[in-house]
Design a protein around this ligand. Structure first.
Ligand code: FEO
Length: 399
């Protein structure tokens, strides 16, 4: 466990989680992830965001508090998702006099998640612009930032150091390995973190892009010199870089995407794959960059990230029992939940005895605001004529 100094009397205790657990029980994290807890010390001590209730997360924070910081006067909970609050009951047992500060919705979640005794606990609900003076020149100001990533979320601002504690916003997958700040990572590492930031955003935040834009706008008047999320690196050399990256990702939700194609396919006996190969030939002739993912083999987490950033999608799947190939139906359900909107899309596929995938597909994409090329289906194996049409469609997708 290492305590990092952000500025005078402003500290971070990052904890790397490297087990093979799924983030939120869904998303794979082969590179781990970090849970960052912050301490601001004035005459009083504030702790900003907790950790999950798991020994590899709680123990380092507990040690840091005991060895270095002492009793906590205020616990600021920017967000109540249990990765940032799960250790609350145990924390309160050790710090019974700490006042818990959150938005009103956050205070409701404190009681519903942790069943703490309301009468016996100091709880304070804050709203936009409320401030907490810690003494010694340290004042924390709170800004409600709903839905980044749950409705109760807020940012905490410490003006003397220019630090914005943004919790999930500006966060990333990826463990930190003992470092914390953006200036401690080389270009190759930044590239890897950028891929993990995109995947984190697409998996966790993409449904809430409009709220990301509003949250950034709300703090646009602050001189943010340090962006301090509760997952991933802290940006002190270039806070604007991660804020701008998040705005770019928010733009993907509105169709301001990259000129790339995400190809997502499944095939039972190779006939849909033969047709897809012709589509890819057309894409390659046109020179459009593409990435390809097979379902169910490739994880939805990576498919989602590629689809989110790409202007074009190819969805290739056969009919299965009068409907879509089931793993593709799951992909489309996730796309709907995560607002994978404003795409140029080509759907293709083979059928055997009878079709049905197209009807199910049309129903599944009804709300997705997609601009679709005419779908193309064929019976059994694709003919030479089918392959010629498919190649043309591939070339036309992002012409
Ligand atoms: Fe990192 Fe929405 O919790």
């Amino acid at each position: 466990m290492k305590i990092h100094t952000i500025a005078d009397s402003v500290y971070c205790i990052p904890v790397d989680i490297r087990s093979t657990d799924l983030f939120e029980g869904i998303w794979p994290v082969p590179n781990g992830f970090s849970l960052n807890t912050y301490v601001v010390k004035g005459e009083k001590t504030a702790l900003i965001d907790l950790v999950q209730d798991r020994p590899d997360a709680a123990s380092p924070v507990e040690t840091a508090l005991a060895d270095r910081f002492g009793p906590v006067d205020y616990l600021i909970l920017n967000h109540l998702e249990p990765d940032h609050s799960g250790w609350l009951r145990e924390f309160l047992r050790k710090n019974p006099r700490a006042q818990i500060i959150a938005t009103a919705k956050g205070i409701d979640l404190v009681t519903s998640f942790y069943k703490i005794d309301k009468a016996g606990t100091a709880l304070r609900a804050v709203k936009d612009g409320d401030a907490l003076d810690l003494g010694g020149g340290k004042v924390l100001t709170f800004f409600e930032a709903p839905n980044i990533h749950w409705p109760e979320t807020m940012f905490t601002w410490e003006a003397s150091s220019g630090t914005l504690f943004s919790c999930d916003a500006f966060g990333s997958f990826g463990a930190l390995g003992g470092r914390l700040f953006d200036d401690e990572f080389n270009d190759a590492e930044h590239q890897r973190f950028e891929a993990e930031t995109l995947r984190y955003y697409a998996n966790i935040v993409s449904s809430f892009s409009a709220f990301v834009e509003r949250g950034v706008e709300k703090v646009s008047g602050l001189a943010v010199s340090c962006a301090a999320p509760s997952h991933g690196m802290v940006f002190r050399r270039n806070a604007k870089a991660i804020i701008d990256r998040y705005l770019r990702y928010a733009g993907y939700s509105k169709g301001r995407t990259e000129r790339e194609i995400a190809v997502i396919w499944g095939s039972m006996y190779g006939n849909t794959k033969k047709g897809l190969d012709a589509v890819i030939k057309g894409i390659e002739k046109r020179g459009v960059p593409y990435t390809a993912y097979q379902v169910p083999n490739d994880n939805i987490s990576y498919i989602l990230a590629a689809a989110f950033k790409s202007a074009g999608l190819v969805l290739a799947m056969p009919t299965y029992e009068y409907a879509m190939f089931p793993p593709m139906a799951y992909v489309l359900d996730i796309f709907r939940r995560k607002h994978i909107y404003h795409k140029k899309v080509l759907r293709i596929g083979s059928w055997g005895w009878v079709g049905g995938a197209q009807r199910a597909y049309d129903a599944a994409i009804a709300d997705l605001k997609w601009d679709s090329l005419d779908s193309y289906e064929w019976a059994g194996a694709p003919s030479a004529q089918d392959l010629a049409v498919l190649e043309e469609r591939g070339a036309a997708l992002l012409s």
